[in-house]
Every structure is written in C-alpha cells, then in structure tokens.
Design a protein around this ligand. Structure first.
Ligand SMILES: NC(=O)c1ccc[n+]([C@@H]2O[C@H](COP(=O)([O-])OP(=O)(O)OC[C@H]3O[C@@H](n4cnc5c(N)ncnc54)[C@H](OP(=O)(O)O)[C@@H]3O)[C@@H](O)[C@H]2O)c1
Length: 397
C-alpha cells in the first residue's frame, strides 16, 4: 500500500524499523536511511534484509535528501534522527512531495529552545502542497497530546489543569547513561523549568520544584518540574487550560552526575578549541557515554507516563488519570532496545500508519492533539502500549 522512508538508525529508528516491518499490509516497502550505513545494515539484518532497503544520507543536506526522496519515491518520511534535522527534512519533503512525521521539535544547534515556532511556520507551505506533517509523534510529545485530546473528547466538557507525569523506574546498571540521545536529553533536563499558569509562563530554576508522586505498579518517586515541548502546543490547542505542567523522575545518582557534568562545562553546547580543532563539549560527552540504543540488555523495571487532568463534566469537578506502563525487559525481548526507545518508536509507527491510511491525513503542519485521538488510542495496545484510565482519584499534583 505505501512505501515509507525512516531517517535515523538509533534506538528509536531500530524500534520503528521493526514495527513498520510487522505491518506489511500497510507498509509494503521500507527504506532505512541514516548517517552511518553500517547501523542501518545491522537493523535491517535483524529484521530480514529483503524487507528493508538501507541507504546512507546526511539529513542536514537538503539537496542530498531531495535526490534520495526523488529516487526512492516514498509516500512519507518517519524522521527519527535528531531534532537538528527537522527543517532540512521538512524542506526536502516539500520539494519532493512527501508527507512528514517526527518525534521532537526543531532545535537550532547553538541554542537550546524547545519551541515549535520554526516548524509551525511551515503550515501554509504544507497545506498548499497538499502534504501532511505530524509533529512530535513519540510518547512525550506524542501520546501525551493524544491522551489529552482523548480526555477532552470523552471525559470532560472543559479541561482546567494538566500535569504530564513521566517516570522511568528502570535500572540499566550503569553509573550514568541517558535513555535517548544524550545531547538532546541533557539539553532538555538542564534548562530552566517553566510551566503555564493563568495565561502566562512561570519560570523556575532547574529542578527547583519537586515532590514525590505515586506511579502505578511502581510506587512513590521524586518528580521534578521541568519544561517539556508539548506544553507549548497543548496550552495553545486547549485554551481552557489554566495550568499545565510536566514532571519527570530522576534518581539522586543521575542528578549528582548531571551537576558534575554541568559544573565542569561538559554540558556546554558552545564550541571550544581542543588541540587546534573545534569541538562541542556535549557532543564529545555523547561519544564517551553509553549508547542509549545499547542499554537494553539487563535493563530492569518499567516506565510509566501519563496525564493527570482536572476539569468539569456536566457541571461537576472531575479528576482523570490516563497512563501507560512499559517494561524494559519486554521492550528488549521484542526489539532489542529499552522502553524509552520503544515508547517513542511505537507511537511514531502508529502516526505513520494513520497518515498513510488516511485517518490522520490533512494538509498542513499539526501536533498530535489536533487529530481525532480515537483511531490512535485503538492502535496503541495492538502495537504494544496498552493504556489505563482512573477516574475521580487523588492526582497528588
Ligand atoms: N517524543 C518522544 O517521546 C521522544 C523520546 C525519546 C527520543 N525522542 C527523539 O527521537 C529521536 C531519536 O532518538 P534516539 O534515542 O534514537 O537517538 P540516537 O540513538 O542518537 O539516534 C539518532 C540517529 O540519527 C542519526 N543521525 C544524526 N544526525 C544525522 C544526520 N545529519 N543525517 C542522518 N542521520 C543522522 C544518527 O546517526 P549516527 O548513528 O551516525 O550517529 C543516529 O542513527 C531524537 O530526535 C529524540 O529527541 C523523542
């Protein structure tokens, strides 16, 4: 039915490749393109090389991308390389007439911003070209937007507060590692905190606000208020929200390492001269840290990510908690990767499936909460991410 091109052969790319390969009735042809061909070949070999074609590409290079897209003629690109490549790939998709999906908003290499403005600016061009671009279709962002849309559609007349809660209670056995690309992860968690309240953004020091929250099947975990990109789109698309926040759990061990990394300058994104050569400290750090895609073996425990929502239904105050728990061991058994790659790759696959089958196809640039959540919610358990709801419970937030 559709030919798809996956760009990026890291932890998330591994899951997407395996998951799309399992839906041959929809994804008839698959091309996996990335910077390092050997990584694409390793993924393809594990799935069956006849099922996936592999190609080397520099996704920062628009003309190289356009040539590749014109040659391969996929219906859509699933972009799971890095956020730095978002605009180059969107440009190439526009030029070659290909639909687009990603899992993280565009980041300029020299400044950590986590803003949608650059990608939202493409809306009219995609609309005019009759092409769909789905932004941020991982778990958070991604499923968190779908969960919110589902809650607003089925359980509330108006939603008033949203707390996205993200717990990784897994243990990978390493003193320090990040669960997805270290550069993006460290940029995200070291920035100042920010949340939405009564029509404006309130800034905090990094990790200034924290409290223990209870997670299903896990128990209490210290949870830190951080800024996360989907807050920007969710407060725009659900204007009844009076407050929107994002919480993530970190262990003491992780935070201590992070403090040291920052204090000694290794989290810096500004180039320095080292032996006459320009290097970016955080990129060098990435090279010596464990590869997130290789954390799977021996990773124990589970993740729990969900939305805790307050609002009104039929004139009465109501609380609602919707979440998914995902076990690292099960993700590893199925795909050879850990749960963070898994919980990102599965929603990207579902978004792609809905796009090519027409359920989530509408010209323009959209966040996940702007589509009908129901077909997505139906697909989540089918592809390995069951979800659960709790009504009228203490949300703790
Ligand atoms: N929404 C969510 O819930 C969520 C959660 C986690 C991650 N993410 C996003 O998912 C994406 C992938 O994460 P990951 O953990 O899989 O990262 P990763 O393991 O570092 O993989 C990134 C892949 O992109 C490739 N790449 C980098 N620059 C490239 C370029 N210029 N041209 C072509 N390929 C390039 C890398 O190639 P090399 O192998 O040559 O380095 C690598 O294969 C990131 O954007 C991350 O922010 C989203």
């Amino acid at each position: 039915m559709a030919k798809v091109m996956i760009i990026g052969a890291g932890g998330v790319g591994t899951v997407v490749a395996q998951k799309v390969a399992k839906v041959p009735q929809v994804f008839t042809d698959i091309v996996l393109a990335s910077r390092t061909l050997a990584k694409c070949e390793k993924i393809a070999a594990a799935i069956g090389p006849d099922r996936i074609k592999t190609v080397q590409v520099d996704a920062n290079n628009v003309s190289q991308l356009v040539d590749l897209l014109r040659r391969e003629r996929p219906e859509m690109v699933i972009h799971v390389a890095l956020p730095y490549q978002d605009l180059a790939i969107m440009d190439a998709c526009l030029e070659a007439g290909v639909h687009y999906l990603d899992t993280a908003n565009y980041e300029p290499p020299d400044v950590a911003r986590f803003e949608y403005k650059w990608q939202w600016a493409y809306h009219e061009r995609f609309e005019k070209a009759g092409l769909t671009a789905i932004l941020g279709c991982g778990f958070d962002p991604g499923v968190t937007g779908v969960f919110t849309a589902y809650a607003a559609k089925h359980h509330f007349d108006e939603i008033h507060s949203l707390d996205i809660v993200d717990c990784n209670a897994g243990d990978h056995g390493k003193p320090f590692a990040t669960n997805f690309n270290p550069e993006i992860n460290i940029r995200e968690v070291t920035q100042r905190g920010k949340y939405w309240e009564n029509g404006s953004w309130i800034e905090t020091e990094p990790h200034e606000i924290h409290k223990p929250l209870h997670y299903p099947r896990i128990g209490p975990r210290e949870s830190y208020l951080i800024y996360h990109e989907e807050l920007e789109s969710l407060v725009k698309h659900f204007p009844t929200l009076k407050r929107a926040r994002f919480w993530m759990t970190f262990s003491e061990e992780y935070l201590t390492h992070l403090r040291v990394i920052q204090n000694i300058g290794m989290a810096s994104i500004h180039p320095i001269l080292y032996e006459g050569k320009e290097i970016v400290p955080i990129q060098f750090l990435k090279a010596v840290l464990p590869d997130p895609g290789e954390l799977g073996p021996g990773y124990k425990g589970e993740t729990s990510i969900g939305c805790r929502i307050k609002g009104v239904k039929n004139g009465k105050e109501k609380t609602y908690y919707i979440y998914n728990n995902c076990r690292h061991e099960e993700a590893y058994r199925e795909t050879g990767t850990q749960a963070v790659s898994y919980t990102t790759g599965v929603p990207a696959t579902i978004g792609a499936l809905l796009l090519v089958t027409g359920k989530w196809k509408k010209p323009g640039v959209w966040n996940t909460e702007q589509f009908d959540p129901d077909p997505f919610m139906e697909q989540l358990p089918i592809h390995g991410l069951p979800w659960h709801e709790l009504h009228d419970v203490d949300l703790e937030v």
